[in-house]
Design a protein around this ligand. Sequence first.
Ligand SMILES: Cc1ncc(COP(=O)(O)O)c(C=O)c1O
Length: 367
Amino acid sequence: MNVPFNSLKIQLAPCENDLRAAFERVLERGWFLMGPEVEAFEAEFAAWLGRGACVAMNSGTDALVLALRALGCAGGEVVLPAHTALPCYHAVLAAGCTPVFAEVREDTYTLDPASAARMIGPRTRAVMAVHLYGQPCDLDELGALCAGHGLPLIEDCAQSHGATYKGRRAGTFGALAAFSFYPTKNLGALGDGGAVCCDSGDAETALRLERQYGESSRYHSAVPGVNSRLDEMQAAFLRLRLGRLEADNAARRALAGQYDALLAGTPLILPATAPDRDHVYHLYVVRAPRREALMEHLRSRGIGTAVHYPVPGHRQPLFAQGRAPMRADDLALSERLGAEVLSLPLYPGLEPGQVEEVCAAIRAFYA
Ligand SMILES: Cc1ncc(COP(=O)(O)O)c(C=O)c1O
C-alpha cells in the first residue's frame, strides 16, 4: 500500500462538490477581489476564533509582515524561535526588523520563555510565539514576559487553527495573531491566503489600510501600503472548509493517538502535549535515530515522510557572514532537532490501515 506524505486530493474528496458549487457561485457573481465572500469569511472566522476582527490577506507571511509593521516594530528586534518555518524570519526581515533567535523547549518544541527572556534587549519590539506543529506555546509565561517589558506578543497560528491553551483558542492571546491558509494547513484554501486577527480598533484600522495601498478612500492613500488581498474564490473555499475544521482536527487527533499507541516502545521520541493544551497535529513529528536511513527505508516501501525543519534559522546561509542581521541565543537543541525531526503522514482521509503500515515499517527498521 502506498502512503503518500500528504494528499490534498484525498483531503478534499469529501467536499469536492461543495467546492465546485462555491467556485460557480463566485464565477456567477463576477466579483473576484475583496467582495462579499471575503467580508463574510472575515466575520465568520473572527466569530469562530472569538476575536473582534479578522483582516484577510494574501498569505501567512504577509500577515506576519503587516502585523509587525502595524505594531511599529520596524528598525527594532523581534524575538522568535530558531526551530521554525522559514517564513517567520523572512517576515521579520521584510518588516525591517532584526530576527533574534531563541531556543525551543525540549518536550514541545515551542518557544522557551526562559530563552526568550534572555534575548530581550533595549531594541526588542515584539516577541513572536509560533505554535509549532499544532501545539500552542507557553502563553501564560510569554504573555507575562511581554507585559513585564511592555512588548506586544504576536502569535503565529499558521499551524494551529483550532488548538487551545487552557481551553482558549490560540490566536486570542497576542496583540495580533497571524494565520496562514496555505493549502496544506489545517484550514487551507486552494491557493495562497492569510489573515491577521485582533481586537477591533486601531490595529484593525491600520491593517485594513496597509493591505491595500494605504487607501483611506478610493484612490486616496493615507499611509504606505501594499497589495495583500485575499481573493473571493479563496474566501468562498475557506468559508466552506471552516465548517469542517473541527471534524478535520478530530480526525487528525485520532490518527495521532493511533501513532502514539503503535509507536510506543520504539527508539523514536514521540510528540508530547502539555497537559493544559489541545494539539491539532498540523504535523506529527517524531525524533528519529538514524533518520536518513529510516526515511530511505520508508521511501522504498512507498511511505512518504518530510523534515520540518532541517536547518534552524540562525544556521541559514541567508545569515552567513553577516549578510542579513540577526542575534542568537545558545541553540544546541534547535541544532539537534534539525538533524532528528521527522514528520510522518497525517491528514484527514488517511486510513487507520495506512498508519498501521507506517508503524509496522518503522518497527521493522529498528528491529
Ligand atoms: C509557522 C509558519 N509561519 C508562517 C507561515 C507562512 O505562511 P504562508 O505560506 O501562507 O505565507 C507558515 C507556512 O508555511 C508557517 O508554517
